[in-house]
Write a protein that binds this ligand. Structure first.
Ligand code: 5AD
Ligand code: SF4
Length: 421
């Protein structure tokens, strides 16, 4: 979501004649697009601001947008008096106001809902992967999560606006559509004529665009994987055989305290249904270790579910107490040392499974999407249908957008392969 927000902001600024620089000491405007989901992310913002306030050009304007702006509110101005603007995740479309009046201060952390989508100019060209937000906010209220506070209650965009964005992206360069939302599979829009639409309708509409070769969506809530959506994995070949379906913990005890009221059997049932719809599907998850009250036994149950589902490409985090959340006030907070030990064990297991899966891809030919040059600039990086990075010995300048790649080599982190004719 932040990548998308950043692309929209950059595109708006380009439209006003700005050019991008990698060197903030040379910038006329510095915008930190921020994430507040863990304390570390918020801390990084303020330490970066601490550096930038002294090193930036004296008349450069500087500000923060996104969830840290909403989390810290006007206190951000007190902590960093050089800030010119503090704009929440739903008010960054107000940025032009400060560009027009750089001598003022701009503060807006309102939850304006969908206003930003229409207020920002369309991006002139689409990247190969077009991120298209279809809903904002979240109604789930997991007890650890700051998102319902920073991004507000769930609200779905009108289907016409979403399809307009899909067509525009397809016509201006996109080959993959990634539908976005904090609770993307909760998408529900009722049109003025009374007809209701769900994510499966959007997937069907995107698949009709010839230019679009791959479709995916993130992030999903387990109990909102409705049958119509699961069926899409059977019928819609453009939908990638890869799904991020965060379970967070394998312990019912912890899930209850997290206010994620689903049983492991229900979760496994959903995974089984997905596998019967698309036998080659792979699942990834987000995990939190060291949630308040998590016992060794609870943690073992998380390892058990990892072995059972054989997750790939997952994200794991130490629990981080956040303001405006219930879990931060819960008893039995887990010491940092135990959190670190558990994270280490979980990561070791996830890595082992990831390596096995990557190795199982060797000798297969996969249809992949070009991503960009590797670090040396000599070779091309592609993304497989499972979003594994794959390095191909071909000059990035002549790399086709979509290529059939025979995988020749694999390790824990990436694949290597050759383009097939
Ligand atoms: N501490 C650690 N991880 C968190 N996440 C959300 N809130 C927290 C928190 N307080 C993780 C969840 C979520 C991902 C985006 O970030 O795993 O799925
Ligand atoms: Fe946060 Fe995701 Fe839970 Fe919503 S479903 S409250 S975004 S962790």
């Amino acid at each position: 979501m932040n990548v998308y927000d950043g692309q929209r902001i950059a595109s708006m600024l380009r439209g006003r004649g700005y050019i991008q620089t990698d060197d903030y000491t040379d910038a006329d405007i510095i915008i930190l697009n921020t994430c507040a989901v863990r304390a570390k992310a918020t801390d990084k913002v303020f330490s970066a601001l601490g550096r930038m306030r002294t090193e930036k050009k004296p008349d450069a304007i500087m500000g923060i947008v996104g969830c840290v702006a909403r989390e810290s509110g006007a206190d951000a101005f007190r902590r960093v008096p050089e800030l010119n603007f503090v704009l929440g995740p739903q008010s960054y479309h107000k940025l032009p106001e400060i560009l027009d009046n750089p001598d003022t201060r701009l503060f807006n952390i309102d939850l304006g809902g969908l206003e930003k989508f229409d207020a920002m100019p369309q991006m002139e060209t689409s990247p190969l992967i077009a991120y298209i937000p279809i809903q904002e906010g979240c109604n789930h209220c997991c007890t650890y999560c700051i998102v319902p506070y920073t991004r507000g209650r769930e609200i779905s965009r009108p289907i016409d606006s979403v399809i307009h964005d899909v067509v525009h992206a397809a016509n201006t360069g996109a080959r993959e559509i990634c539908f976005l939302g904090q609770n993307v599979n909760g998408y529900k829009y009722t049109a003025p004529d009374g007809l209701s639409y769900r994510l499966s309708d959007l997937i069907r509409a995107a698949a009709q665009q010839d230019a679009i070769k791959r479709i995916r969506f993130t992030s999903s809530y387990p109990t909102e994987m409705t049958d119509d959506l699961i069926e899409m994995f059977r019928t819609e070949q453009k939908l990638l055989p890869f799904l991020n379906l965060p379970i967070q913990s394998g312990s019912l005890n912890v899930l209850t305290k997290m206010n994620r009221p689903y049983s492991l059997n229900l979760y496994i049932d959903i995974v089984d249904k997905l596998k019967s719809a698309r036998p080659d599907i792979q699942i990834s998850s987000d995990f939190i270790v060291g949630f308040p009250g998590e016992t060794d036994d609870d943690f073992e149950q998380t390892l058990d579910i990892v072995r059972r589902v054989k997750y790939i490409n997952s994200f794991s985090f130490k629990y981080s107490p956040r303001p405006h959340t219930a879990a931060a006030l819960m008893p039995n907070q887990i010491p940092e040392k135990i959190k670190s030990e558990r994270l280490y064990k979980l990561d070791a297991l996830l890595n082992e499974i990831q390596r096995e899966f990557n190795e199982s891809c060797v000798n297969k030919t996969l249809s992949c999407l070009y991503e960009g040059p590797d670090k040396t600039g000599k070779y091309a990086i592609y993304r497989t249908p499972y979003m594994q990075p794959c390095v191909v010995k071909i000059a990035p300048q002549i790399a086709p957008q979509i290529a059939h790649i025979k995988i020749t080599d694999a390790n824990k982190a990436s694949l290597r392969g050759d383009i097939q004719n």
